[in-house]
Design a protein. Structure first.
Length: 447
C-alpha cells in the first residue's frame, strides 16, 4: 500500500502566512511524508511598516521587499490569487491568467492568512478617486502623485487652483495615516527648494479622523506629544470629522460633534489618501466560513470550529483580548504570534501531540511622526522624541529577515542624512483588474 503525503496549504505570504510556513518547515524539513504549499499573489513579502518611507522617496522600492523563494526551503510556492475555498471538498481554487489556466489544490490541512484590503465603508466616490497605502504599488503611485502636484503647482497662476493642488488630505489617524502624513510633509518641504514659486505657506497637509483622538492605543501623554509635534510641522489635524464624499476635486466632510449633521464643509483638493480602515479580502467575505465583523471566527487553537484541520491567522481572523474583551489590533506582531501557534498546532495534529491555546501579550507599539521624532510604548515604558524615533528604526531594522535588505535600508537612511531626495517622477500606471480563467478540470494534473 502506497503511503500518501500529508499536504499543508498556506494561503497568503504576508507576515502571518510566511512566518507560519517557515515555522512548519522547521518542524517538517526532513519529513518526506509532509508537503507544504504556499500561495501568494506576489512573489515577495512586503515590509509594510516602511511603506510610507517608500512613498516619500527615503527608501528605495525594492529594499523593503523580500523574495519569498529566497526565504523558504522545502515549501512549494505558487504566485497566484486565491479564487475560492471549498472546505467540504478540501479544495482551494487558484485563478488563472492569459498565460496559464487556473488550478485546484487538494489539502489535508489548511492555513488561511489572506490578510486584509482597504475598507471604503461603501463610499464609491472615495474608492474611485482616493489614493491608498496598502501595497507597494500604492506607495509608488502616491509618490508620483505628490511630485506631479508640485510640478503642476509650480507654474500655476490661479491661486485657487494652486491651493487645491498643494492641499493633501490624509483620512485616518492610525499608524498608517500619521506616518504617511509625517513623511509627506517632510518630503514636500524638502522638495520645495526645487520649486521657487511654491512657498511653505502654500503647502497644506490635513489629517481627518472620525475618532476623538489620533493614534488610538497610546497613552494620553504620548498622543498629546504627537498631536503637538505634527501641528508644529504644519499639519492640520481635525478629529471627530468624517468624510462623506470626494469627486477628485472636492472632498466633503462633516463634524461628528454636530448631532444634526448639517455642518457640511467642502475642501478643494486633488489628492486624498485613504488610510481609514481595513476589511478582510473578498475571498473571505464570499466564503462559507462563519465571520464576526467580517473576520473569520476561530477557537482558542486558531482553528475554524466547523472545519477541523483548517486554521485562520493574521488580519483575516478575529481573536479577542481576554482583558479588554475587544479584538486585538491587526498588527504584524499579532500576525507572527498567530503564525507560531498555528504551526505548532498543525505539528501537534500530525504528530498526535498536545495543542496550545493562543495567548498573546503585546511587547509595545511605536510610531514615527516625521523629522527624527516619534512615540513609543515598549514593555510599559513610554518614550517620545528622538529616542522613540531611533528605537523605531532599530527595532524595525532588526525585523527585516534578510541581512542584504537591512544593509540596503540602513544605507538609504544614511544617504538621506546628507543628500536631498530624488524628485524624478516615474510614470507608473494603476494596476488593472485581472481577468479570471477556468481552472483545470483535473485537480491533480500538476502533481
Amino acid at each position: 500500500m502506497v503511503k500518501t503525503k500529508k499536504r499543508i496549504v498556506v494561503l497568503g505570504g504576508g507576515f502571518a502566512g510566511l512566518e507560519c510556513t517557515r515555522k512548519l518547515e522547521s518542524y517538517f524539513l526532513r519529513d518526506l511524508d509532509v508537503e507544504i504549499i504556499l500561495v501568494n499573489e506576489d512573489n515577495f513579502l512586503l515590509f509594510t511598516p516602511m511603506l510610507p518611507q517608500v512613498a516619500s522617496g527615503m527608501i528605495e522600492t525594492r529594499h523593503i521587499i523580500m523574495p519569498i523563494r529566497a526565504m523558504i526551503e522545502k515549501t512549494i510556492f505558487y504566485e497566484d490569487r486565491v479564487k475560492n475555498i471549498d472546505p467540504f471538498g478540501k479544495i482551494v481554487t487558484l485563478s488563472g491568467t492569459a498565460e496559464k489556466r487556473g488550478i485546484s489544490l487538494h489539502y489535508d490541512y489548511l492555513v488561511i492568512a489572506l490578510g486584509s484590503q482597504t475598507n471604503f465603508f461603501g463610499m464609491a466616490s472615495i474608492e474611485q478617486h482616493a489614493y491608498t497605502m496598502k501595497t507597494l504599488n500604492d506607495a509608488m503611485i502616491l509618490r508620483n502623485r505628490i511630485i506631479d502636484m508640485l510640478e503642476q503647482a509650480e507654474n500655476q497662476t490661479n491661486p485657487i487652483l494652486k491651493k487645491s493642488l498643494l492641499t493633501f488630505i490624509v483620512v485616518g489617524a492610525g499608524f498608517a495615516g500619521i506616518e504617511t502624513a509625517g513623511e509627506l510633509i517632510d518630503f514636500v518641504l524638502d522638495a520645495r527648494k526645487y520649486y521657487p514659486h511654491i512657498s511653505k505657506q502654500d503647502i497644506h497637509v490635513i489629517i481627518l479622523e472620525a475618532l476623538p483622538s489620533i493614534l488610538p492605543g497610546f497613552s494620553e501623554k504620548l498622543v498629546k506629544f504627537a498631536h503637538q509635534k505634527l501641528i508644529q510641522r504644519g499639519i492640520d489635524i481635525r478629529i471627530n470629522t468624517a468624510v462623506t464624499s470626494f469627486d477628485g476635486t472636492e472632498v466633503l466632510i462633516k463634524s461628528l460633534q454636530d448631532n444634526e449633521n448639517k455642518n457640511i464643509e467642502a475642501i478643494q483638493t486633488k489628492t486624498v489618501i485613504w488610510t481609514a480602515g481595513v476589511t478582510p479580502v473578498d475571498t473571505i467575505k464570499n466564503s462559507i466560513f462563519k465571520t464576526e465583523k467580517g473576520k473569520i471566527a476561530v477557537n482558542e487553537f486558531l482553528e475554524i470550529p466547523d472545519f477541523p484541520n483548517v486554521f485562520a491567522i493574521g488580519d483575516c481572523c478575529q481573536t479577542i483580548d481576554p482583558i479588554t474583551k475587544n479584538p486585538y489590533a491587526p498588527t504584524a506582531q499579532l500576525a507572527e504570534a498567530h503564525a507560531k501557534i498555528a504551526a505548532h498546532n498543525l505539528y501537534a495534529l500530525i504528530r498526535n501531540k498536545q495543542k496550545k491555546s493562543f495567548e498573546y501579550r503585546t511587547k509595545g507599539q511605536m510610531a514615527i511622526i516625521g523629522k527624527r521624532s516619534g512615540i513609543a510604548s515598549v514593555f510599559g515604558i513610554n518614550v517620545h522624541g528622538f529616542l522613540a524615533w531611533w528605537l523605531w528604526r532599530s527595532v524595525y531594522l532588526s525585523k527585516i529577515s534578510r541581512l542584504e535588505k537591512r544593509v540596503r535600508v540602513l544605507l538609504d537612511w544614511t544617504i538621506d542624512l546628507f543628500f536631498d531626495r530624488d524628485i524624478s517622477r516615474l510614470r507608473y500606471l494603476k494596476r488593472e483588474s485581472s481577468k479570471e480563467y477556468k481552472e483545470l478540470d483535473e485537480v491533480d494534473d500538476v502533481w
